[in-house]
Ligand binder design. Structure first.
Ligand code: DGJ
Length: 741
């Protein structure tokens, strides 16, 4: 049993032995929150969980004859404004008469096995045996509006997903101004809030803050989930560590404008909310029409932040990423971007591809610059035909030649954009985002195509389909290099302009869906100027994402470490590039660059023809290493061991589900003068009794030794041990493979 319903008390308990989520119907018919956390026994009555504070004379009470019942002092599941609760509300509606307060009252519920699809939206999925779903129906009779709150509990994971749908049954037009996907009131505020924030080239850095009375938000109003804030927040206790104690994680399966918010009230209750950002949002509903919110994923872990991450990883690997790519090996790729930028021709590309094949790579990706008259970033986006000057024989011939070498062929697209200097723009100036008679703001010299228009989506679908077919394409890197300004659709009437941002992202999802349905074998890698749209919405369509434009191995440690809080390791595109690195001008060894890049979907972003013969030999070994272990990297449990945001070292490891093998990565940014002689690294997740062989050291260790005494790290140079030292200087690293004897 995973959903208990007490009809008499109108109480619902979702539980799976890992988590419990309990709510009930309040006196006024709305939903009250009782508990979310570690699984607890089911019992008849949970009314003692109600932690309502006694209203003060200053509180507004719902019923005249019951001053003790005030929404201001009640923990709720989906709060409204205007009925005594002055905190931020989950929903806001407007009629033609103006703002309307709501009073939604419980009407009934429906339980189903599995998890119904969300119309037009990406979401986690589950079969009938993997999850159970309950939908609560609430009605505001005065205005004739129905609210459906849907909760799914996954049987094997400490996860609840939530979404909301609103239906207008009124004959009058209604506008939805805000519809959060989830809202929950937790009983206290003794948390630190974790967020993943940054900017281009340093995405998803871990930031923490104490909660205090007031609102704390992370959000995006850029039209994309953004480099700056990921649609994620977590709350941890002060005593919570990487591997122990409570943490709640919230992640939004959406790629557009979002709001993730905590609000601590005057009684120290913490309200967490997640949903589409209400900024400029206004969705018109005629009689009988509905609006569906995207999905929020709620994870509880009592095994620290790492436990939360493992729950997200397992959920997304098994219930978000499409079937085709769940178990399929991802090809080791060579991407020409940093090797050539816009300067290439067929001969040069074939040279790179040939050399890449000799080194063991499997997929050749032709990045930006292959189309129209594109020689720099000022022209030709939208003109998706081969650049005749660079590729006079056309794309199909190039693809055939690449395939002939025994490599798969992949292409870069930026389908959502158009250059003013392009044939497409000349033909369809009305397809761009923004009012044409206004001054429009540029980003990377380009304008945004209005993906809220079905005509635009269909056009791109035709263009991309034809190229996929002609070139027998295996892979697409779908880039998106600027955020949306001048938000306005020339195709929408004035009273639907508030729908633009959401309709835009629905258009993006629609194109992905159409392409994937027609070409299920094509591997998509999402990208937005690096990691500007690394979110679960994208992962549903594209099982890997270009993690960041920053390919510097040391910077990548922070980016990949932060990203791993939520997203599976195998979803992070990570490549070895040249030194000095193009983003930081830092020099690191080829070994350290690969040691970082192994923990992701591996590839190279350099010209292999420019490698020395010893570097080539090293690359061959790296490729073999990754081929040997990529299934473990895809399927294993990830453990973070040392945090680059807290010190000079980073370490992490992946252990196979059966604990028979593991791969460990260790990195030290700056050398230590006169270090201790033998440094060790404490490992996690191994079989205590198992005897593991460490090939790199030719040594064996018991699992308990490795976890409680540690793995010997290579000996560091100390000024006097030149004959013994196994490493020296800055940017040292080592990767170890451990296998049960
Ligand atoms: C931004 C991407 O992140 C890069 O990898 C590259 O594809 C460029 N765009 C091409 O314009």
């Amino acid at each position: 049993m995973d959903i208990f319903v007490d009809e008499k008390r109108k109480l619902f308990h979702l539980t799976n032995g890992k988590v419990s989520y309990i709510f009930h119907v309040l006196k006024n018919g709305s939903l009250g929150q009782l508990y979310f956390g570690k699984a607890i026994h089911h019992r008849e009555d949970f009314s003692h969980f109600q932690t309502n504070n006694i209203p003060t004379p200053a509180s507004c009470h719902y019923y005249q004859d019951d001053p003790a019942f005030s929404l201001e002092t009640t923990r709720q599941e989906y709060p409204v404004y205007g009925k005594g609760d002055f905190r931020d509300a989950a929903i806001e509606l407007k009629s033609l008469e103006g703002d309307i307060g709501n009073q939604f009252r419980f009407q009934g519920y429906e339980i189903s096995k599995g998890k119904p699809k969300l119309a037009e939206l990406p979401a986690t999925y589950a079969s009938e045996n993997e999850a159970t779903t309950i939908t609560i129906k609430l009605i505001d009779e005065t205005i004739g509006v129905v609210l459906f709150l849907t909760y799914t509990i996954f049987h094997c994971y400490p996860v609840i997903t939530r979404s909301a749908r609103i239906k207008n049954n009124n004959s009058d037009i209604l506008f939805v101004k805000k519809l959060m996907s989830a809202s929950i009131d937790l009983p206290d505020d003794k948390y630190k809030m974790i967020q993943l924030s940054g900017t281009w080239s340093r995405e998803r850095h871990i930031k923490e803050r104490d909660l205090v009375q007031g609102i704390h938000t992370v959000s995006s109003i850029r039209g994309a989930s953004s480099h700056h804030h990921n649609p994620f927040l977590a709350l941890k206790r002060k005593k919570t560590t990487e591997h122990a104690n409570d943490v709640y994680g919230f992640n939004f399966v959406y790629s557009g404008n979002f709001l993730a918010q905590t609000e601590v009230d005057h009684y120290h209750v913490t309200r967490v909310m997640m949903g589409i950002h209400p900024h400029q949002f206004k969705w018109k509903l005629k009689k009988g029409q509905s609006f569906q919110s995207p999905e929020a994923v709620l994870v509880y872990s009592d095994e620290g932040i790492n436990g939360m991450s493992q729950a997200f990883h397992d959920l997304y690997r098994n219930h978000l990423i499409r079937d085709t790519w769940k178990t399929k090996e991802r090809p080791i790729l060579i991407n020409n971007w940093e090797a050539t930028y816009f300067e290439f021709n067929e001969e040069k590309l074939i040279g790179i591809a040939k050399s890449a094949k000799e080194l063991g790579m499997e997929l050749f990706v032709l990045d930006d610059g292959w189309f129209g008259k594109r020689d720099d970033d000022t022209a030709s986006l939208g003109d998706w035909f081969a650049n005749e000057r660079k590729l006079p024989n056309g794309l199909t011939i190039l693809a055939q030649k690449v395939n002939g070498l025994g490599l798969q062929f992949g292409l870069w697209f930026e389908p959502e954009m158009v250059s003013p200097d392009s044939q497409l723009y000349k033909r369809h100036p009305e397809w761009i985002v923004g009012k044409q008679d206004r001054y429009l703001t540029f980003g990377r010299n380009q304008l945004v195509l209005d993906f809220s228009m079905d005509e635009v989506v269909q056009y791109m679908y035709q263009k991309m389909s034809a190229i996929i077919q002609d070139t027998k394409l295996s892979y697409i890197k779908w880039d998106m290099n600027r955020n949306i300004t001048d938000a306005y659709s020339q195709a929408l009437p004035f009273d639907r302009q508030g729908e633009f941002f959401h309709r835009y992202i629905l258009g993006v999802y629609h194109l992905y869906e159409k392409l994937i349905s027609k070409f299920p074998g094509v591997l998509f890698e999402s990208c937005a100027g690096g990691g500007g749209r690394f979110d679960p919405g994208m992962l549903y369509y594209a099982p890997q994402a270009w993690t960041s434009d920053n390919t510097d191995a040391i910077e990548r440690l922070k980016i990949q470490y932060g990203t791993s809080l939520v997203y599976p390791i195998y979803s992070m595109g990570s490549h070895v590039s040249v030194t000095p690195n193009h983003q930081t001008r830092r020099n690191t060894s080829m070994e350290t660059r690969a040691n970082t890049a192994y923990f992701g979907t591996f590839g190279y972003e350099l010209n292999p023809l420019e490698l020395s013969s010893s570097e080539k030999a090293e690359v061959k070994e790296q490729i073999q290493f990754y081929k040997n272990h990529r299934n473990l990297i895809r399927d294993g449990d990830f453990y973070r061991l040392k945090n680059p945001f807290e010190g000079n070292e980073t370490a992490w490891m992946i252990v196979s589900k059966d604990k028979r093998e593991a791969v460990v990565g260790w990195y030290k940014a700056l050398a230590t003068p006169n270090p201790e002689k033998q440094q060790v690294l404490l490992l996690k997740g191994l079989n205590e009794d198992g005897l593991y062989r460490c090939d790199a050291q030719g040594k064996t260790y018991y699992g308990d030794e490795l976890m409680y005494r540690g793995l010997n790290l290579p000996i560091e140079y100390n000024g006097a041990n030149a004959d013994q030292a196994e490493r020296s200087g800055d940017f040292q690293s080592a990767v170890f493979h451990l296998k049960l004897e």
